[in-house]
Ligand binder design. Structure first.
Ligand code: SF4
Ligand code: SF4
Length: 263
C-alpha cells in the first residue's frame, strides 16, 4: 500500500486498496445478532456512518487545499491547534483519497479515530492512559499519558497525533467546554465526548433517548455523517448500517471499528 501526501496537512491518496473488508456487507443478520449481544452489556454504543459519495462531492467542490466544514468544526470544538509545520500538526480528522487502480477514480472520506472495540492503541499503552468506556468511546487520560507514542505506532488508522509543540501556541481561541492538552502528549478524536455526556445527562433527566451530535456531523452541509447509538434499532446510524451494508476499514485486523463507511 502506497500513501502519498497530496497537500498541506490533510489530503492523502491511498493508491490501490486500503485493505478494506466488508462488515455488514451481505451479513446484516450477523450484524443484528452482534448488536443484540452487545445490548446485554451496555445501554449505549456510539457509532458513526460516513457516506463517502457525499464527501467526495464536497471535497471536489471546495478543492483539495481547503479544509472541509467538518474539519474546521472539529478544530474549533476540540481546541485542535494548527501549526505551519504540517508534518507535526495535530489532526483529529484527515481527508483520505482512495484511488481505484482500475478506473483511476478517487473517492474522498474523513478518517478519524475509529473508536475500535479492541483498540491496538490501548493494548500497547504503557501507562494505561488509553481506555475504552462502556459506551465504546476510546479516550486518553491526558494526565496519565507519558508521551511514549507506542499508541501512534500501534494504531492501524494513523488516527493519533503527538503534541510536538505547546498546543496553546497554535490556537486562536480556546473553547472552555473541551479539555485542553499539554505539550508532549498524544491526542485524537473523542467523538466529541463532552457533547455526548451533556446530551445523555439531559435526555435521561427528561426521560427521552439521547441524540448527541458531534461537531463534524453538525457542520456537514451534505448530511454525509450520521451519528448515534447503534444499539438502538430506531437510531439513524443503525438504520443506515442495515440499509447500506457499509464496510469498516481494515476489518481484517479485528479491532472492530465503530465507524462505518459507504464507499
Ligand atoms: Fe485506537 Fe487507532 Fe482504533 Fe482510535 S482508530 S481506537 S486510536 S487503534
Ligand atoms: Fe499511552 Fe500516552 Fe504512551 Fe500513547 S503516548 S501509549 S497514550 S502513554
Amino acid at each position: 500500500m502506497a500513501i502519498y501526501e497530496l497537500s498541506r496537512r490533510k489530503f492523502l491518496i491511498v493508491a490501490g486498496s486500503l485493505a478494506i473488508a466488508s462488515l455488514a456487507g451481505g451479513n446484516v443478520l450477523a450484524f443484528k445478532k452482534a448488536i443484540e449481544k452487545e445490548r446485554e452489556r451496555s445501554k449505549y454504543k456510539w457509532a458513526m456512518f460516513v457516506d463517502a459519495t457525499k464527501c467526495t462531492e464536497c471535497v471536489k467542490s471546495i478543492g483539495l487545499d481547503k479544509k472541509p466544514p467538518c474539519v474546521i468544526a472539529c478544530d474549533r470544538e476540540n481546541n485542535v491547534p494548527e501549526f505551519s509545520d504540517k508534518l507535526r500538526d495535530p489532526q483529529w480528522i484527515k481527508i483520505i483519497g482512495l484511488k481505484s487502480e482500475l478506473s483511476g477514480e478517487v473517492i474522498y472520506f474523513p478518517l478519524m479515530c475509529q473508536h475500535c472495540e479492541h483498540p491496538a492503541c490501548a493494548e500497547v499503552c504503557l501507562s494505561k492512559a488509553t481506555f475504552v468506556r462502556p459506551d465504546g468511546i476510546v479516550l486518553i487520560d491526558y494526565h496519565r499519558c507519558i508521551g511514549c507514542r507506542y499508541c501512534i505506532v500501534a494504531c492501524p488508522f494513523g488516527a493519533r497525533s503527538f503534541n510536538w509543540y505547546p498546543p496553546e501556541e497554535g490556537l486562536k481561541e480556546i473553547s472552555p467546554l473541551v479539555q485542553t492538552r499539554g505539550h508532549g502528549i498524544v491526542e485524537k478524536c473523542t467523538f466529541c465526548v463532552e457533547r455526548i455526556d451533556r446530551e445523555v445527562q439531559r435526555a435521561e433527566k427528561e426521560g427521552r433517548k439521547p441524540k448527541p451530535i458531534p461537531a463534524c456531523v453538525e457542520a456537514c452541509p451534505n448530511n454525509a455523517l450520521v451519528f448515534g447509538n447503534i444499539l438502538d434499532p430506531d437510531s439513524d446510524v443503525y438504520k443506515m448500517v442495515v440499509k447500506y451494508k457499509p464496510i469498516r476499514l481494515r476489518a481484517e485486523l479485528g479491532t472492530n471499528p465503530s465507524v462505518y463507511y459507504r464507499l
